[in-house]
Design a protein around this ligand. Structure first.
Ligand code: GLU
Length: 429
């Protein structure tokens, strides 16, 4: 973390433990030497544009009142309105939401979407609350951040533990406060409410498309490729299904309930069914269970962390034996782990491109809402694949040109786009 001395950690974070924001700052430092004259503006990327912390008081079903901490951070809006999900998780911190908002800026720019980056969160374990409690929590949170969101200001979306229903409540609350139905204020809405076809599957589909591009470049045939996935929710589950349909073998899946393994390839539809019924992969019929150490040590062609950030650290990076690591989650690999894994010759496809399928179809949803004209699922998947492939090829071209990792290359592409916009807009006043 020596580079951290080159810039101040903001006073509102603990300088000794800057958390995920510290990881993001290191990533920016690694890319700065490649930004040429634009490096003059790089401090812009090291400071979120706006941070809002709100108290979310809610009456629970038992009549007591609980208070939750809510956040919305807008990292950058140079290229367009803020964009990014809202997560409900008991471990949400300001540092985490700041880093996630910055990764959204980088992600939007890496895929060339006309958005900046933002992120929100509530520090809550949503599994402990009823449907109506969650509705009240969501509505109060939305009211508290109302002033800074909007279809041309900042557009929330689903993230960890949030979904179409939560987006519908957010859209309704915003619309009631505005006095008009405003579908474009959030994306990831149900299709009955101006949502887009293909949005739910978009992140997993994007992971699959990007993994296929990386495999092709490494001379790996997807048919027969051995794949392990951490996380079997919206992202990991969809990607697993698409891999299996393409003839790959998903040999191991790791979720919050356990790890299942089948040397000959798991039965993915059966596993999805088991998760639907029991809430997790543990105990799926016909599978063997592994411990985490065994999971990370599996010899695979493609490993996909698609759960939370900070899963691959200096502690387990040494175990990893995969040819390609595709980051389905945001920030799953610490910079130290990244160095350890890259030194073995493993290709790491960074989150900001690998999981950009979600925000790409969010962009399609936002465009469809503005024009009140809706596309077919086929059209959406086709456009999604084209945008993901072109983002991969821009990143891979820059990696070759400068002899850098795909992550540094994605950051070079994205940060240059953001800072070019920043420079040409100029400083106000
Ligand atoms: N939460 C998703 C992400 O991290 C999607 C964000 C969006 O669609 O705005 O990329």
């Amino acid at each position: 973390m020596a580079e951290l001395h080159s810039h101040p950690v903001p006073s509102y974070l603990d300088p000794a433990h800057p958390g995920p924001w510290g990881i993001y700052l290191e990533q920016v430092d690694r890319v700065t030497p490649y930004l040429g004259n634009l490096a003059r503006w790089v401090e812009t990327l090291k400071r979120p544009k706006r941070i809002l912390i709100v108290d979310v008081p809610v009456e629970l079903d038992n009549g007591t009142v609980a208070h939750f901490e809510g956040y919305r951070v807008q990292h950058n809006t140079s290229r367009g309105p803020g964009k990014g999900g809202v997560r409900f998780h008991q471990d949400v911190t300001l540092s985490e939401v700041m880093a996630l908002s910055a990764w959204m800026s980088v992600k939007s720019a890496a895929v060339n979407l006309p958005f900046g980056g933002a992120k929100g969160g509530i520090r809550i374990d949503p599994h402990l609350y009823s449907h109506s409690e969650l509705e009240r929590i969501t509505r109060r949170y939305t009211s508290e951040i109302h002033d800074i969101i909007g279809p041309s200001k900042d557009i929330p979306a689903p993230d960890v533990n949030t979904n179409g229903q939560i987006m519908a409540w957010m859209m309704d609350t915003y619309s009631m406060n505005e006095g008009r139905t405003t579908t474009g204020v959030v994306t990831g809405k149900p299709v009955s409410l101006g949502g887009s076809l293909g949005r739910i599957e978009a992140t997993g589909r994007g992971v699959y498309v990007i993994a296929c591009e990386a495999a092709r470049e490494s001379g790996i045939d997807i048919k027969g490729a051995r794949i392990a996935i951490q996380g079997f929710g919206n992202v990991g589950g969809t990607a697993a299904r698409l891999f299996q349909e393409a003839g790959a073998q998903v040999v191991a899946v790791y979720d919050h309930t356990g790890i299942v393994y089948d040397e000959r390839g798991l039965n993915v539809p059966g596993l999805l069914e088991h998760v639907h019924e029991t809430g997790g992969v543990a105990g799926a019929p016909g599978t063997q269970s592994l411990d985490p150490k065994e999971f990370w040590s599996l010899e695979t062609d493609i490993l996909i962390p698609a759960a939370l950030e900070g899963q691959i650290t200096h502690e387990n990076a040494g175990l990893i034996r995969t040819r390609i690591l595709v980051e389905g989650a945001n920030g799953p690999t610490t910079p130290e782990a990244d160095d350890i894994i890259s030194a073995k010759g493993t290709v790491i496809v960074p989150d900001v491109v690998a999981n950009a399928g979600g925000v790409t179809v969010s962009y399609f949803e936002w465009v469809q809402d503005f024009s009140s004209f809706f596309w077919t699922e086929q059209e959406i998947n086709h456009r999604l694949e084209a945008m993901m492939r072109s983002a991969y090829s821009a990143m891979s071209g820059v990696a070759r040109q400068h002899g850098v990792s795909l992550r540094t290359a994605a950051f070079i592409v994205a940060c240059s786009r953001i800072l070019e916009a920043r420079q040409v807009r100029g400083l106000y006043p």
